[in-house]
Design a protein around this ligand. Structure first.
Ligand code: NAD
Length: 338
């Protein structure tokens, strides 16, 4: 079977090729790499009977799915845990299996959320620039002790649970919200509560739930109004969870203390690309980066050696599943359903 691998960067190509080389029984799999994302404009690159392998900012909407199905595509494999970029209804209508990588490295993402939190808190990003200029003054660099503070964790799946454990180790009180509470976290002192209870009680809130119709703009002007004015908001999950415009206004009006984001609602076409010749073309992003209490990374929370290798391995396994004569079992743990 052939697979068209979209949004592939050199590190994806190297890891997938190495994995394919090492894996017995996968020699009939041929990968075709494309830098471009999969979209209505690029779907023609997928030849007949070829699987589509995508990443987080590819647009696998109903039109693209229809096109793939017409060409006998055996399925869509995403090199991510999140799958909000794929129209699952359309995939189901066309009986097109969608496979993902559910757990390639939750600790790495959790650690990045902590890195954003601690950098913003202790202003190490500002200290780095000051010291390079020979400025050793401390004004404006005062942080707060995490030990004893209350941190809110929204979504306590694999990543959120890892965040909870680190925070508990740091001596933080952890308040959590999830539609499905995890008793194991309760046993280490994590207290579940409702969202209206969580917002006003937390010095820091970090988001780890998926983006769907229930969680779109989970944090908006109304929720920000319920948080303390010095609250820090961290989002390493998906950009659409936060109304970024509302967060910007709240930061300017000092109704939100700090914002650390690895994901952005308008990141498609912007993140994972080098736009340095044009500067920041997104006005809201440009206004956000100008604020000293904002820290933005370009969807790199997942990006560790371990994660890239695990993603490659699971992706080759998923493509191999699609190439089997047997249909992929509906209860396969990598298969995504509505
Ligand atoms: P997971 O499926 O293990 O956990 C998600 C948790 O969210 C589950 O416990 C689920 O019950 C909970 N949840 C569902 N709906 C909710 C709601 N309305 N309110 C509160 N909680 C809700 O997923 P994960 O592996 O922990 O990943 C979490 C998210 O992180 C993913 O959806 C993905 O979008 C994002 N992610 C980002 C990166 C990155 O590089 N920035 C990398 C991996 C994952």
């Amino acid at each position: 079977m052939d697979a068209a691998v979209f949004s592939s960067r050199p590190y994806d190509r190297d890891a997938l090729t190495a994995c394919l080389r090492e894996r017995a029984g996968a020699d009939d799999l041929e990968l075709h790499f494309y830098d471009a994302p999969l979209s209505a404009e690029t779907v023609n690159l997928v030849a007949r009977d070829t699987a589509a392998c995508v990443f987080v900012n590819d647009r696998v909407d109903a039109g693209v799915i229809e096109h793939l199905a017409e060409r006998g595509c055996p399925g869509v494999v995403t090199r991510s845990a999140g799958f909000n970029h794929i129209d699952l209804d359309a995939a189901q209508r066309h009986d097109l299996p969608v496979l993902r990588v559910p757990a390639y490295g939750p600790h790495g993402v959790a650690e990045h959320a902590l890195a954003l939190m601690m950098t913003l808190n202790r202003r190490t990003h500002r200290a780095y620039n000051r010291v390079r200029e020979g400025n050793f003054r401390l004004d404006g660099l005062m942080g707060f002790q995490m030990h004893g503070k209350t941190v809110g964790v929204v979504g306590t799946g694999l990543i959120g649970a890892a965040v909870c454990r680190v925070l508990r180790g740091m001596g933080c009180a952890v308040l959590a919200y999830d539609t499905l509470p995890n008793p194991e976290l309760e046993s280490i002192g994590v207290a579940y509560c409702s969202l209206p209870e969580l917002w006003p009680r937390c010095r820091v809130v970090t988001l780890h739930c998926p983006l769907n119709q229930h969680t779109h703009h989970l944090v908006d002007s109304e929720t920000i109004a319920q948080m303390p004015n010095d609250a820090m908001l961290i989002n390493t999950s998906r950009g659409g969870l936060v109304d970024t415009g509302a967060a910007y206004v709240a930061l300017r009006q000092r109704r939100l203390g700090a914002l650390g984001i690895d994901v952005y609602e308008e990141e498609e076409g912007l993140f994972f690309e080098d736009g340095s010749d044009d500067g920041l073309t997104d006005d809201l992003l440009a206004r956000l980066v100008a604020l000293p209490n904002v820290l933005i990374t370009g969807h790199q929370a997942f990006f560790t050696r371990e994660a890239i290798d695990n993603i490659a391995e699971a992706t080759i396994e998923n493509l191999r599943l699609l190439s089997d004569d047997e249909p992929v079992a509906t209860d396969h743990p990598h298969r995504v359903h509505r």
